[in-house]
Design a binder for this molecule. Structure first.
Ligand SMILES: Cc1cc2nc3c(=O)[nH]c(=O)nc-3n(C[C@H](O)[C@H](O)[C@H](O)COP(=O)(O)OP(=O)(O)OC[C@H]3O[C@@H](n4cnc5c(N)ncnc54)[C@H](O)[C@@H]3O)c2cc1C
Length: 330
């Protein structure tokens, strides 16, 4: 069995969990063909979310969904989630336990690997062999790639967020659902989330899930220099992402920051305006499918790495783009 821990949000299975499922399925199809692709969902789920989750899991080719359907798991707790995962992984003799490389996915897998006394690799982006297991993974915010060999019959892997695509299965399934109530001790329930607060509107979720991101760096000039950039964001139906200089100077809020200490994005289009492309920023935007750089410096790293570049002052180029887009969309 390849067991994938799945996280959910209001729309079903999260994008990063679908990426992890897609990664696991590709692995099953190439090197681990005698293993079933199974998923575990922790905590009660009411319809219509339950149906959405099952549709997403079927779309990823999952054959069995283990549902820890227990009121004690209605709020997140790493130890209790790990106990649920360990119960299924042990009963099904899992070869791999996989989760997305989110704070939650990594935390639960760390507990799982300790309980099962197995090795764990975080932020994996590829597998180069299964006997023994050799994986490539991102370290230092994605600036460095590392090859890691994991000895043992079972291993835990978290999949780097937005580094791989969530490709639907060619043959969707109708997964069998096995609901269970895990054996939890009092110690498993000691730590759990007791309160959550909604983020301010347009938080990091809007940025990380946007198909188009308009990026702005020091080249914006000042806190008042974002008008045309926000207009372009609006026209393209995207989200604004900024460099750390911009947040450090207080021009824009931190939740808009892209990079090693901000959000990682993987839009179809990243329009990077007045951003030099320092390695720490690149760590957050390198998964964008197409990058258009607008910069006065033809030698800026963002320009040399971009698919397309316009060399010039963003305060002249962005308004011109806006006018042309408005004319075409009128
Ligand atoms: C531990 C650590 C973590 C970090 N994490 C992050 C992170 O998460 N995200 C991040 O972004 N940075 C991060 N940084 C900072 C990073 O190293 C850079 O300092 C930062 O990304 C630079 O921001 P910038 O490109 O906006 O500014 P600059 O490097 O100053 O570049 C400005 C660019 O704008 C161009 N420009 C200027 N005027 C115009 C104009 N009118 N029109 C068009 N182009 C113009 C310039 O040619 C230049 O290329 C981190 C640094 C450290 C040490």
């Amino acid at each position: 069995m390849i067991l994938v821990l799945v996280e959910t949000d209001a729309e079903g299975v999260t994008l990063t969990s679908r990426e992890a499922l897609s990664f696991a399925r590709t692995l099953r199809d190439s090197d681990l063909a005698d293993h079933n692709l199974e998923a575990i969902v922790v905590g009660p789920l009411a319809d219509p979310l339950r149906s959405l989750v099952l549709t997403h899991l079927g779309g990823q080719g999952v054959t069995v969904v283990h549902h820890a359907d227990d009121e004690r798991l209605s709020s997140y707790g790493a130890a209790a989630w790990a106990a649920s995962v360990v119960e299924v992984a042990t009963a099904g003799s899992a070869r791999l336990v996989i989760a997305s490389g989110t704070p939650r996915g990594n935390e639960v897998l760390a507990h799982v690997s300790t309980r099962l006394d197995i090795l764990m690799a975080a932020n994996v982006i590829g597998v180069d062999g299964t006997e023994p297991l050799i994986v490539s993974r991102q370290v230092m915010g994605g600036g460095v790639f590392e090859e890691m060999r994991l000895e043992g019959d079972v291993a835990a892997l978290s999949v780097a967020g937005h580094a791989l695509d969530a490709i639907p299965a060619a043959m969707p399934t109708e997964p069998e659902v096995r609901s269970f109530s895990p054996a939890l001790t009092d110690a498993d329930l000691l730590t759990r989330v007791v309160r959550t607060e909604a983020k301010e509107a347009g938080g990091t979720d809007a940025l990380t899930s946007a198909r188009v991101v308009v990026g702005a760096g020091r080249g914006a000039g000042s806190a008042d220099g974002f008008g045309d950039l926000l207009e372009l964001t609006d026209i393209l139906g995207g989200a604004l992402g900024v460099s750390r200089v911009v947040t450090s100077l207080g021009w824009r809020p931190h939740h808009e920051q892209v990079g090693q200490t901000g959000s990682r994005i993987s839009p179809d289009l990243y329009v990077a305006c007045g951003i030099s492309g320092a390695i720490q920023h690149w760590a957050g935007c390198q998964s964008a499918k197409t990058i258009l750089a607008i910069n006065t410096d033809a030698d800026a790293p963002m320009v040399t790495k971009a698919h397309y570049a316009v060399i010039g002052d963003l305060h002249e180029i962005v308004p011109a783009i806006n006018e042309e887009l408005k004319r075409r969309l009128a």
